[in-house]
Design a protein around this ligand. Structure first.
Ligand code: GDP
Ligand code: MN
Length: 375
């Protein structure tokens, strides 16, 4: 699950990291108590908002309310905007890139850094040298910080001295950088994140550092440890792909991996799989109805395998969405549902109440669906 920026920044603040003062706006109200100028930032689960017109500088309350109204009216990067983050605009000299990520290959955390952070990081990484990786051991050693500091400054020995790219201050001594990295590592470990990315990490004119943007990806597999996880962004994007116009068994699952596995299971059981459908996280009835309508329009489909593993998205939420969607799509082929995980019991009750059958395992589900399809 990738958090919205303001949610990510709340976590960062909790771990003592320097986050600009900000306020959440859920409408075009002008009661901003921050000092102007202010940046207004759309809160959507996508990067690249700056380039897409979702980050705006405003100079007074009147400007803020008209820009806010505008941002809330339009879609940005295909997302409806319901929340804005207003932040005091930063006076900065430089933008750096810094992230802490779980390294799957080295079983440890790594620091990822680039001297030229900001909206053109991809371009910078291809033209001014790749993102640098610094593997972290048990703790953030002073040596790593020295290497990172020298890299940002462009004074590292192995690069043969200054290459020009890194010139400019880092706005902080190694001790400040150390504290910042420790805060990011602490956030990553204690919050069960896979990625904590700061882009840009701004070098301020007053000499400090500020986390101007934040992307935090939490590990869905750790959801059971975090009853407090109750974020606005539970929704991951959904995807529907028609695979075989003559397919007999359709499917729906939450998560791309589970959706692929479901398609494989149908194929292995001897039926032609009609589609791939990752319903995403959350409970988007509108999206589910659209997908069900596409399935209903596929002439050969006579069964739908639904494979739900409740993690952060709870089984009862998905069950409710299925019941609602089914009410709207009257002529839907019969559903074969496997539902397990968080709030399974509540989910089962909802489906039973709506007369929808469930099967204990995916194998049972697929076998019965294929039987019906081959009849
Ligand atoms: P993103 O485009 O979704 O990654 O959004 P960011 O929060 O990273 O903002 C994009 C860019 O806006 C930054 O890289 C800055 O160059 C620019 N920007 C200008 N002034 C400010 C400011 O005061 N705060 C922030 N966060 N960004 C600013
Ligand atoms: Mn950014």
């Amino acid at each position: 699950m990738i958090l919205l920026e303001y949610e990510a920044k709340e976590l960062l603040k909790r771990h003592g990291l320097p986050v600009p003062s900000g306020e959440i706006l859920r409408g075009p109200q002008t009661d901003i108590s921050l000092d102007f100028p202010v940046v207004l930032k759309v809160q959507i689960p996508k990067g690249g908002r700056g380039k897409a017109g979702g980050i705006k500088l405003v100079h007074d309350k009147a400007g803020a309310s008209s820009v806010a109204a505008d941002l809330l009216q339009n879609e940005i990067l295909g997302c409806k905007v319901s929340t804005l983050l207003a932040e005091e605009a930063l006076q900065y000299d430089r933008e750096l890139y810094l992230a802490v990520a779980v390294g799957r290959t080295n079983n440890s955390l790594s620091l990822l850094a680039h001297r030229q952070g900001g909206v053109d990081i991809e371009q910078a990484a291809s033209e001014a040298g790749p993102v640098r990786t610094f593997p972290l051991g048990e703790s953030v050693s002073p040596e790593i910080i020295q290497q990172l500091h020298a890299y940002y400054l462009g004074t590292e020995a192995e690069a043969g001295g200054t290459d020009g790219v890194g010139q400019g201050g880092v706005g902080a001594d190694a001790a400040t950088l150390q504290k910042l990295v420790e805060g990011l590592v602490e956030t990553c470990v204690q919050e069960d994140a896979l990625l904590v990315e700061i882009n840009p990490l701004m070098v301020l004119k007053n000499g400090g550092l500020a986390c101007a943007d934040a992307k935090v990806e939490l590990d869905d597999a750790a959801a059971f440890r975090h009853q407090e996880w109750n974020f606005e962004t539970k929704v991951t994007s959904s995807q529907f792909v028609e695979l075989d116009p003559d397919g007999m068994v359709a499917s729906m699952a939450n998560g791309a991996g589970l959706a692929m596995a479901t398609v494989d299971a149908i194929t292995a059981a001897g039926a032609r799989a009609a589609n791939f459908y990752d319903v995403g996280g959350g409970t988007n009835v509108e999206g589910m109805v659209k997908a069900f309508q596409k399935i209903a329009a596929m002439p050969q489909v006579s069964a739908i395998v639904v494979n739900i593993f409740g993690g952060i998205t709870r089984c009862d939420e998905v069950a409710e969405a299925i019941v609602e969607s089914k009410k709207i799509c009257q002529d839907l082929p019969v559903l074969f549902i496997r539902l397990t995980g968080t709030n399974e019991t509540e989910g089962r009750k909802l489906l039973e109440g709506a007369g929808i059958a469930m099967y204990p395992t995916l194998a049972d589900c697929v076998r019965e669906a294929v039987k019906v399809a081959n009849r």
